[in-house]
Design a protein. Structure first.
Length: 193
């Protein structure tokens, strides 16, 4: 949440002392609200980190995430890749799914994400698709690499031309596939996202 700013109406020239007091009060209120805001953000992050700790104790990976709208937690996610045999069950993706189910929307543009670690390329993609407003993270990609969760190779793959990537990619049935896109283009009642 952004700090609240107030418009100061300056009094006449002869009352400069009053103007100074008003200015001091306004500055104090702005710094105070930034402080309170930061404290709230840290509380959300600490909660995400606690969830990651508990997940490690319960057989999951050391990652968790929260989706927050205003002051409310609207989605929670923990890493359940090995527990659920699901390579997409990262904390951020599961938190986005939970928030979207709870809010009954595919658009989280008024929400922030608090993730215990910087998002991997898959989660970063999901965050952008969900139009999340701000990413707060605890650990960095380098911290994760130090405990053998290194996703830098995926970022490097994205930068390479398709023919140079580690997993071969081959185009098939392109004309038929385009038919689906024509079907979509011609549809008059579609929801763009
Ligand atoms: Zn991820």
């Amino acid at each position: 949440m952004l700090p609240s700013y107030r418009v100061i109406v300056l009094p006449p020239q002869e009352n400069l002392e009053g103007a100074k007091t008003l200015y001091m009060r306004a500055s104090f209120m702005i710094s105070f609200s930034i402080f309170v805001d930061m404290e709230k953000r840290e509380q959300f992050m600490l909660e995400a980190i606690e969830m990651a700790d508990n997940n490690v104790r319960n057989g999951g990976g050391p990652f968790a995430a929260l989706i927050v709208r205003g002051d409310q937690i609207v989605g929670r996610g923990i890493n359940r890749v090995t527990a659920n045999n699901d390579p997409t069950a990262h904390g951020e993706v599961t938190a986005i799914r939970d928030a979207c189910a709870n809010l009954k929307t595919y658009d989280l543009s008024d929400c922030d994400i608090y993730t215990s670690c910087e998002p991997c390329p898959m989660c970063l993609g999901a965050i952008y698709w969900a139009h999340i407003r701000h990413i707060y993270y605890g650990n960095t990609q380098q911290d994760a690499a130090e405990i053998n969760f290194d996703d830098s190779h995926i970022y490097r793959q994205i930068e390479r031309p398709i023919g140079d990537r580690a997993i071969p990619e081959t185009r098939l049935c392109s004309e038929r596939a385009k038919g689906t896109f024509r079907l979509w283009s011609d549809k008059t009642d579609k929801i763009l996202y």
